[in-house]
Design a protein around this ligand. Structure first.
Ligand code: IVH
Length: 666
């Protein structure tokens, strides 16, 4: 039996690795996500049954189950040097002259690569297996980030065997965060009152150094290989051959790598990318030019810190001048007052910029930005507009320093300085400005997802005192809404319906939506999983909270403070919200049954009903056949019903299905 299991496990691993490669490295998936998940689930189950067969390079081991304890140090067997920078074509030509001189008349060529804005790591493979990974650190000793790097899907845990697998291969490359993921991460961080990363490099570095690999795994890091460290045997005489060998080993290599016969072609490639770079899905901060032949690199050698055979060409950050029309203060959902500059709109790196955050009042003081000032703006990491410099020589006479507010601009309550002393907050928990932000967050996509409850409507609901807290949303009647701006019968119906629908959101989303300080989507998931029901969560004590792995004392303290201040509101919300009950233990109530669902259901989303079927031991299928045991039909079912009738397959309604599960909670 174990032999069969071993064979099947190996087969599954090979297949999954192949699909990982197609998906993450080549971007050419051949299998549906569902098909992949099925193979993965089968492997996981087999490994659970045969723990002795689990190996560290199995695809199931990408997410470490336990947080790592801190980072050990790893000494690089070949030092990781840094690179000299250039900023213009003349400097590149001077580099080329040094290379020509160093090579004493030999012919040479270059390879030009994108300089990805992430952080360098070194991954060690032994016998083709991922062994460990380290950051560059000081170039000699780096941090052991093995567990976190293992979660990066484009990093193979086992090399492919199309070429002979080297005994030792250290692969060096860049870990980075694609722009889209960076923007989404920052949005989530902001909503959770956590630190905003200035650029994708900081985000990638911060993510790689998280102590909990599960969080790393949830953030979308990627990897591209561009050099070899220690090698038991050479992979080629030219850099291009090394990269080709990497590809054959299943390692991700950037497709935009070009050979240049001389420095002029290299310069042309660099300038070309300077113009095209905004079209990439990740940030680059320049280009890297490398001598192609490995033997020639050895001749050129290195200065103390950087090799003489490569150089970076750094793009200038795009900056433009504009004028500050006004400065206003915004109140965030946690009451933080943020100064924001309204700018005369300008084009910058592909978008129109009309506002720039001034972050906080310390920063505003330091930069001394005033209304009417001419300022230079730049996108931090090409994304977030920032004021980098004030052109004081153009300051209009009489422009005054912006005063630090003593009162909240929304509710004129007094403000208090945060413990850390940087932020200023409105002291009024019922501040309407703050309430609006809290409601926007509550109704937002990752939380209660009340689609029709947009910003303009929230403003009106608060300004007309119809809504003073979250619970008031659920008391709204159609007649309350009609008469508000742009609110006809139909829109009012839609709003009420969307609010009704949100009453059944999962507990994790409700907890996230409350906007408790330090509690974001991820911690909300953990809390929901731990407590299962809303009342159980509400009854949690500080002691119980800190006992949960992942919930630190700051979070626990913040939750208790929220309970203390808002218990009345929570009690009220409890009356309206009915999240689905926690997932129950697997049962065998539907064992061996193949079930098809059609039409829209009242109490289950598609995903939820599928989960319910699987949990009860059944199989959820998408098409009706003779093998189907029964069809669950909701409202406006499609042609599946007809087919079921034709084949004589039993059709039941949602209630009958719930009764079968004995799930009275729904
Ligand atoms: S080669 C001896 N190639 O740039 C240096 N580096 O500023 C070998 N980087 O620490 C590095 N893209 O993190 C190389 N295609 C690329 C790169 C690249 C980004 C980073 C790397 C390095 C930094 C130096």
């Amino acid at each position: 039996m174990t032999r069969d299991a071993r064979k099947r496990i190996e087969r599954l691993r090979a297949e999954l690795r192949g699909h990982d490669y197609l998906y993450y490295v080549l971007n050419q998936p051949e299998m549906s996500d569902r098909g992949y998940d099925k193979l993965f689930a089968e492997l996981k189950l087999l490994e659970e049954k045969h723990p002795e067969l689990v190996t560290s390079d199995s695809p199931t081991q990408r997410v470490s189950e336990r947080p790592v304890e801190g980072f050990g140090a790893i000494r690089h067997s070949v030092p990781m040097l840094s690179m000299d920078n250039t900023y213009n074509a003349d400097e590149l030509r001077a580099f080329d002259e040094r290379v020509a001189k160093g090579l004493g008349g030999r012919d040479y060529d270059y390879v030009v690569e994108l300089k990805i804005d992430g952080l360098a790591i070194s991954i060690r493979y032994e016998g083709g297996r991922f062994v460990r990974a380290a950051t560059r650190g000081d170039g000699v000793v780096g941090d052991d980030v093995t567990n976190n790097v293992k979660t990066i899907k484009s990093v193979p845990l086992a090399l492919l065997g199309e070429v002979k697998l080297p005994d030792v291969l250290e692969v060096r490359g860049e870990v980075y965060m694609p722009t889209q993921s960076f923007v989404e991460l920052n949005r989530a961080q902001q909503q959770e009152g956590k630190r905003i990363f200035a650029n994708p490099r900081n985000a990638a570095a911060g993510t790689l150094k998280l102590l909990d690999a599960r969080i790393t795994s949830g953030r979308n890091l990627a990897f591209l290989a561009y050099a070899a460290g220690e090698m038991s045997e050479p992979l080629g005489e030219e850099h291009q051959q090394v990269l080709e060998a990497f590809k054959k080993l299943g390692l991700p290599v950037n497709p935009h790598i070009e050979r240049a016969k001389d420095i002029d072609s290299a310069i042309a490639i660099c300038l070309g990318w300077e113009a095209k770079r905004s079209g990439l899905a990740y940030q680059i901060d320049g280009m890297v030019i490398k001598v192609n032949r490995i033997g020639q690199r050895d001749i050129l050698g290195a200065t103390g810190r950087a090799p003489r055979w490569c150089i970076s060409y750094k793009f200038p950050a795009e900056r433009v001048e504009t004028m500050v029309e006004s400065i206003e203060v915004q109140v965030g959902k946690s009451g933080i007052l943020t100064p924001v500059a309204n700018l005369v709109p300008v084009q910058l790196s592909g978008t129109t910029v009309g506002r720039a955050s001034l972050h906080n009042f310390d920063e505003l003081r330091r930069k001394d930005v005033r209304e009417g000032d001419t300022v230079l703006i730049e996108k931090a990491g090409e994304i977030i507009p920032q004021v980098v410099e004030v052109k004081k020589q153009f300051r209009p006479s009489g422009a005054k320093a912006y005063p630090i507010p003593k009162k909240c601009p929304d509710c004129v309550s007094k403000v208090v300085k945060d413990q850390e002393g940087v932020y200023i907050r409105c002291s009024n928990i019922d501040c309407p400005g703050r309430l609006k932000e809290r409601l926007k967050y509550f109704a937002g996509r990752g939380q209660m997802d009340i689609e029709t409850l947009g910003e303009a409507l929230i403003e009106q609901l608060v300004d007309t005192h119809l809504v003073k807290n979250f619970a008031d949303l659920y008391k709204l009647k159609k007649s309350d809404l009609i008469g508000l701006d742009r609110m006809g019968e139909k829109s009012a119906d839609n709003v009420i319906e969307a609010i009704r629908k949100s009453e059944r959101r999962a507990l994790a989303r409700i907890i996230a939506g409350l906007g408790i300080r330090h509690i974001g989507g991820q911690s909300a998931e953990i809390l929901a999983e731990h407590f299962g029901t809303f009342p159980a969560f509400m009854a949690a004590s500080e002691k119980e909270l800190v006992a949960i792995e992942q919930i630190g004392p700051t979070m626990a303290g913040s939750i208790c403070e929220y309970f203390h201040k808002q218990m009345g509101l929570l009690q009220e919300l409890l009356e309206y919200l009915s999240p689905p009950p926690p997932k129950t233990q697997r049962t065998d109530k539907l064992a061996g049954k193949t079930i098809v669902v059609t039409g829209s259901l009242e109490n289950f989303t598609r995903q939820q009903i599928k989960e319910a079927i699987v949990q009860a031991g059944g199989k959820a299928s998408s098409s009706v056949s003779k093998k189907t045991d029964f069809v669950v039909a909701g409202e406006s079912p499609g042609g599946k019903i007809d087919k079921a009738r034709r084949l004589g397959v039993k059709v039941i309604n949602e209630k009958e299905f719930s009764d079968m599960l004995g799930d009275k909670g729904r």
